[in-house]
Design a protein around this ligand. Structure first.
Ligand code: GLU
Length: 307
């Protein structure tokens, strides 16, 4: 299979759709991104990276960071993590608070905001949010083999300034005893993880281990056990796109995670990791053109896990 050609054809196919969807406008740094941007990159086990469009331009990965914190928390806590967060699709928007009251402060899954806030809390030792973020950054740089990956501090600052809803979620969970650290400590880490800036090429490379049973096929390094990797992918498949997860599974048939910056990280088991970016979102917060591109790509490669 000629992936360079498939990526080029996929990019050509979506050309007429560029600019579709609504760019997130809750913070200025996201609102000002050109809606016509589009990038696609596939990290493959031989270390290659077929890519097209704006695949080397950094963007705000936002909720895609939740995959990496979830993976780290599973390594740290093992199955104890499931005492504090469930693994069921929410069927509600990413920042919904209603379910939390009915379900006594236990969030639905690690890939919606309240679940990710609990996961981040779990990664903070001795109240040191900076150390947790330093570790996350080091892990991402290692996975991607790229020390230039960093946090966009303008985005992080804006996340905090507009973070009333996330603060509400965190205080609500704290009232049920489901936060170990102070709300502001946890959120200072959470807002920075949302503000991580990666390109499609870097993001696909960082997620490659998830396509190969938790082991980086390029370096040979085991990052998570094969069993944990399967579980991370199962949660991505069922919960990776908020209340749009069913539609994404139906159309693309691969585990993935989207973020409101317009990025989507998608895993094709035993094949590679695909990152797409296009800032215009659908109503649920998933990239409109990104999802279209993935649909095209899966059609051409036959990579859907459903055959
Ligand atoms: N920074 C956003 C928030 O926490 C992330 C949402 C997303 O990417 O889904 O509300």
């Amino acid at each position: 299979m000629d992936l360079d050609q498939i990526v080029a054809e996929t990019a050509a196919d979506i050309e007429p759709h560029r600019g579709k969807g609504k760019v997130a406008d809750y913070i200025p740094a996201l609102a000002k991104v050109d809606p016509k941007k589009f990038g696609i990159a596939i990290a493959t086990p031989d270390g290659a990276c077929p890519k097209a469009g704006d695949a080397d331009e950094s963007f705000s990965i936002q909720s895609i960071s939740k995959v990496f914190t979830f993976s780290l928390a599973l390594q740290k806590a093992g199955d104890d993590l499931w005492k504090r967060v469930w693994r069921e699709p929410s069927g509600t928007p990413f920042n919904s608070i209603v379910q939390l009251e009915r379900e006594k402060g236990i969030p639905r899954n690690p890939l919606v905001n309240p679940g990710a806030i609990v996961v981040t809390d779990h990664l903070i030792d001795n109240g040191d949010a900076d150390a947790a973020i330093d570790n996350l950054l080091r892990v991402l740089r290692d996975h991607a083999e790229d020390d230039s990956i960093d946090i966009d501090y303008e985005v992080a600052m804006s996340e905090s300034e507009t973070g009333a809803r996330n603060r509400s979620l965190a205080h609500f969970m704290a009232s049920f005893g489901n936060l170990e650290n102070e709300v502001e400590v946890v959120l200072s880490a959470y807002f920075r993880q949302c503000a991580l800036a990666l390109s499609c090429a870097q993001l696909a490379r960082a997620g490659l281990f998830l396509a190969f049973d938790g082991k980086d096929p390029v370096t040979g390094e085991r990052i998570v056990s094969a069993q944990r990797c399967r579980r991370i992918l199962a949660v991505m498949m069922t919960c990776g796109h908020y209340d749009n997860s069913g539609d994404f599974a139906y159309r693309i048939g691969l585990p993935g995670k989207s973020g409101v910056g317009g990025g989507v990280l998608t895993i094709a088991p035993n094949e590679g990791a695909i990152a797409v970016w296009s800032p215009g979102l659908n109503d649920a917060g998933t990239s409109t053109v990104g999802a279209l591109a993935l649909e095209e790509l899966v059609e051409r490669t036959g990579w859907s896990i459903f055959g």
